[in-house]
Write a protein that binds this ligand. Structure first.
Ligand code: ADP
Ligand code: TYD
Length: 207
């Protein structure tokens, strides 16, 4: 029997998440699955508030930013039109570009990780990923890719910050290894090679 999974992609900015979300979705669709792809921050009203803080148009304390991401995530989960819980119930395999590990990694640079994990426990209780796929890449490579692709850099996009975020990802994975399934794949390879490693991991969970 085929099972519809909830898969979260994680990684520092520019690690190649959206590229891999697309490749995995194409592969799953070609195998006959119904797939719903999504991302955080969302494009909803709370996601828009987050983006206005990131662009510098609004200012907020880092605890407020963490709380906004939590609110955005709860809405992402429970929205009655296109929420993740609904999509899974409808039989879609759901792939998200970022979920709560992004909060653990990015906000821990400024606030206590245990507080971020504790406040997000409501999301973990509602929906834990069947698999979190972490694309591991050095901040140097990530910054090269970001600088090549965009003109304006966002709030967290400095090499030093991304170095800290990367180490907090690792810390969060270690802390939560008993309850979370995390697959780490090296991101400094071709998109195709990464996609093959991802497929090897996902395909064994749907057969
Ligand atoms: P993210 O969603 O994690 O920010 P993207 O998938 O948007 O990352 O990739 C960031 C940039 O790097 C894009 O310009 C993309 O084309 C490029 N890119 C993605 N994956 C790879 C890869 N494996 N090798 C080299 N460049 C890549
Ligand atoms: P986005 O433009 O989606 O970046 P990317 O394409 O690199 O994923 O912006 C997301 C930014 O928000 C990114 O820098 C990570 C950050 N973020 C948090 O700080 N906390 C969170 O909980 C999430 C989901 C993202």
């Amino acid at each position: 029997m085929q099972k519809n999974l909830f898969i979260a992609f994680e990684g520092i900015d520019g690690s190649g998440k959206s590229t891999q979300v697309k490749l995995l979705a194409e592969k799953l669709i070609s195998e006959g699955h119904k797939v719903y792809t999504t991302c955080e921050p969302t494009s909803g009203p709370i996601g828009k508030m987050i983006r206005s803080v990131f662009s510098g148009a609004a200012k907020a304390d880092h605890r407020t930013i963490a709380a906004l991401f939590l609110a955005d995530r709860l809405e992402h989960l429970t929205n009655e039109v296109d929420g993740l819980l609904l999509k899974l119930k409808q039989g879609y395999t759901v792939i998200t570009d970022r979920y709560y590990f992004s909060s653990y990694a990015y906000h821990s640079v400024y606030v206590d990780m245990d507080w971020v994990i504790a406040t997000n426990s409501i999301c973990a209780d509602l929906l834990r990923p069947d698999l979190t796929i972490y694309i591991d890449i050095s901040p140097e490579v990530s910054m090269q890719r970001i600088n090549a692709g965009r003109e304006a850099l966002e709030l967290y996009e400095t090499e030093d910050n991304l170095r800290q975020v990367r180490s907090f990802y690792q810390m969060a994975f270690d802390k939560l290894k008993a309850e979370e399934k995390v697959f780490t794949t090296a991101g400094n390879r071709s998109p195709e090679a990464i996609s093959e490693s991802v497929w090897a991991e996902v395909s064994k969970r749907i057969q």
